[in-house]
Each structure stands twice: as C-alpha cells, then as structure tokens.
Design a protein. Structure first.
Length: 205
C-alpha cells in the first residue's frame, strides 16, 4: 500500500494537493521567510519539483532545476517564462557560466534523496554558485532523539533513501561552507514529522 501511495506522487496535481494537505507547503514557506528575499534577487532552486511555492516569491530572477519531466512541464505551464526558467537537468558546475551568481540557493527536500557523495557534489556547486553574501538553505526529513513513534515512522518511510540525523547533514555542509547552522522543525506539518532546516554561508573556496 505504501509503495502504491508513493507511486501516486508522480501525478503532479495530486502531489501538490498532498503537499498542501499535509502542511508541507508551510515548511517550504518557512524556508523562504528565512531568506528574506527581495525584488531583483537571483534564486537557484535545485530539486524544484513543480515549484508550487513560486507564488510566494517576490519578483526574483528564478532558475529551477529538476530531473522529473512532469514536474518541470507543470511548472513551465503554471508559471510561464517571463519570471522563471525551469530546466529538466541535473544542476552541475556546467551551469555556473549559464546563470548569474545567486543571492540564494534552495535545496528544499533534496539532500535526503542523495547519497553522501551526491550531496557533497551538490553542496560544492551550490557554494560556487553564490554571489558575495549569498546563502544556501536546505530542509530535509531527519531522525532526531525527541521524535515520537509517528514521526519516526514518517522518517523511516520517506521516499528519500538517505534520511540522516542533523549531524550527518551538517557534517556534509561543513565541507563546503564556513558557516553552517540549523534547527529541528517539528511543528509545521499536520502529521507529526521531524525536519532539519539548515543554513549555509561563506563558501570555502
């Protein structure tokens, strides 16, 4: 049953509805609020999915990357191309010459889907993509000692195969950033769940 439910998430309108129904949209909004973005800022969103939170952004220059064609097609149809550019590609070093230096890089719900080495690669490229004073924000399902049975079950059964404790995410980030901090978020979704919200600044390069 769980596998079938996960498979339904490939249906984009259903995925968006579920995200909002579970309160996951509020988790994304909290990350955007952390950044205090302003009109004219450049934003790179890695693993943007259908970018259902795009309407909460000011008039930024936005570049969204995802490997799911259905998500990218939905985002293009929903948001057009006058304020955003959506690419069905893996974000990598080759894109650094194609997009402006970023005031913010979003890694929302991404790292717990990636292995340690894949995470290191994304974080290194994200660090190189930043403009002076830029920052990276990530949020991921996590394990943490205080979580109850339902929250732990949610972590155990997340679609991501690399759910970590906060220390695991932080250790990976410290390989690319001088300043890394974060906090556990467990009060935004309607089903008890634990997430690690991580802020990264001052690239080590």
């Amino acid at each position: 049953m769980l596998a079938a439910a996960k498979g339904l998430l490939g249906h984009v309108p259903l995925y968006v509805t579920l995200q909002r129904g579970l309160g996951a949209d509020r988790l994304r909004y909290r990350c955007l609020d952390e950044l205090s973005l302003a009109d004219g800022d450049t934003v790179i969103d890695v693993g943007c999915g259908p970018a259902y939170y795009f309407e909460r952004l000011p008039r930024v220059r936005y570049y969204g990357f995802d490997t799911a064609p259905r998500y990218i097609e939905y985002a293009r149809n929903r948001w057009g191309s006058d304020r955003a550019e959506f690419r069905c590609e893996v974000f990598g070093a080759e894109h650094l010459s194609q997009v402006p230096p970023a005031d913010a890089v979003l890694l929302l719900g991404l790292l717990h889907h990636l292995s340690d080495e894949e995470s290191r690669h994304v974080l290194r490229v994200a660090a190189r993509a930043l403009a002076p004073g830029g920052r990276v924000i990530a949020v991921d399902t996590c394990y943490e000692p205080r979580q109850g049975r339902i929250s732990r079950w949610m972590s155990d059964n997340d679609r991501g195969e690399h759910v970590r404790e906060p220390a695991g995410f932080t250790a990976l980030a410290r390989e690319s950033f001088e300043e890394v901090d974060g906090e556990i978020i467990d009060d935004v979704t309607r089903i008890p769940s634990s997430f690690w919200l991580m802020r990264m600044r001052k690239p080590l390069h």
